[in-house]
Design a protein around this ligand. Structure first.
Ligand SMILES: *Cc1c(COP(=O)(O)O)cnc(C)c1O
Length: 379
């Protein structure tokens, strides 16, 4: 079955006999037992809920996994994965991760005795030198946020396997429509479902997807114990969002290509980071491991003044955090997603006062270009 059909009909299981085309929202905290020692398969919604299960089964299929767990946010999903590791474990992670993941690692996971090496994971040859006897996992995000660096997933998986490490991939930016990390050898995929999967900037969600049953069992135990599960209504919103995932992403990518070309030609733009541009240093790896480039662009303006002016003058594009939704959003990574990252570290990565990040939505690209063009103009 094609991916776009799976998005609509991913889980064809019926939960009632009314013929309802839309999955019902089972707004129930608990489920009554048909008899002593018997269960309908549903006991309590922290463990399992039919609406959420429908979503989880759909996402597991989309990622070619066997189990998916739906969390109340992307951070809840990543925090749950960190519970797999005992104190004294060491994890190697990309140094250009989502700011919230770095905050989690530094302030929560480290307190629990897990140590991290944040390194440039795009350099596979060097990556091996960071592996220690206590290293348990490799955590990558590709492309990264906001600099759009790409890590070779298959090569990372090979390295991880040879050292008995778990490979964890944050697949938020491309989604399984464009990139399937489990097929490339990853053990765990995490998502902020708040972004493209939900796609409408209206709800938070997170996912963990795995292939192996042993990992699934461990994570299901953590899931029911911690309780950061997605509510039935929010599950339904993500089910609805997923139905249009493929069409949304194709259209957003097409617009992103057009906008990044326009930005490249603008005199006040010094650099454009979009993996779909053949001039992007990681264009070839992207073509090898993905079926699309997504619609996240970051670009460097000529000055701090220009960057701030664009943020204050855009009107269709909204100055807001988050990404992947129907509405185009622009952010100032330095002050928003990466506010907690020390200045020197941030600037060394290119996240300076001139850098803006744009999430291209579903508005007509010509309107977005006109909006940006006006925002660049001086009064
Ligand atoms: C937003 C985001 C997260 C965190 O997800 P929330 O749903 O906001 O908790 C994690 N990783 C990436 C790449 C993100 O963009």
């Amino acid at each position: 079955m094609d991916f776009s059909t799976l998005c609509v009909h991913g889980n064809d299981c019926k939960y009632d006999n009314t013929g309802s085309v839309s999955v019902p929202i089972f707004q129930s905290a608990t489920f009554s037992h048909p008899g002593v020692g018997l269960s309908t398969g549903y006991d309590y919604s922290r463990l399992q809920n039919p609406t959420r299960e429908h979503l989880e089964k759909t996402l597991a299929k989309l990622e070619n996994g066997t189990d998916a767990m739906a969390f109340s946010s992307g951070m809840a999903a990543i925090a749950a994965v960190m519970e797999l590791f005992r104190p004294d474990s060491h994890i190697i992670a990309s140094d250009d991760l989502y700011g919230g993941s770095i905050r989690l690692f530094r302030n929560i996971s480290e307190k629990n005795g897990i140590s991290f090496s944040l390194v440039n994971t795009t350099d596979i040859a060097k990556l091996e030198s960071h592996i220690r006897p206590e290293t348990k996992a490799l955590f990558i995000e590709t492309p990264t946020n906001p600099m759009m660096h790409v890590t070779d997933i298959a090569e990372s998986a090979r390295l991880a396997k040879s050292h008995d490490l778990l490979l964890i991939v944050d697949n938020t930016f491309l989604t399984p429509y464009y990139q399937k990390p489990l097929d490339l050898g990853a053990d765990i995929v995490v998502h902020s479902g708040t972004k493209y999967l939900g796609g409408h900037n209206d709800t938070l969600a997170g996912f963990v997807v795995v292939k192996e049953s042993e990992l699934s069992e461990k994570l299901r135990f953590i899931y029911k114990t911690i309780g950061a599960c997605l509510s039935p209504f929010d599950s339904w919103l993500i089910i609805r969002g997923l139905k249009t995932l493929a069409v949304r992403m194709d259209r957003q990518q097409e617009s992103a290509m057009k906008i990044s070309r326009w930005l490249m030609s603008h005199e006040k733009v010094k650099a454009v980071h979009y993996v779909g541009l053949p001039s992007h240093p990681d264009y070839e790896i992207s073509r090898k491991q993905t079926t699309g480039f997504g619609s996240m662009i970051s670009f460097e303006t000529d000055s701090e003044e220009t960057a701030k002016q664009v943020l204050s003058k855009v009107s269709i594009i909204q100055y807001a955090e988050s990404l992947g939704g129907t509405e185009s959003l622009i952010t100032y990574p330095m002050l928003q997603t990466h506010a907690d990252v020390p200045r020197e570290e941030r600037e060394a990565k290119g996240i300076n006062e001139r850098l803006l990040r744009l999430s291209v939505g579903l508005e007509h690209p010509d309107d977005l270009i006109l909006d940006l063009s006006r925002a660049f103009e001086e009064e």
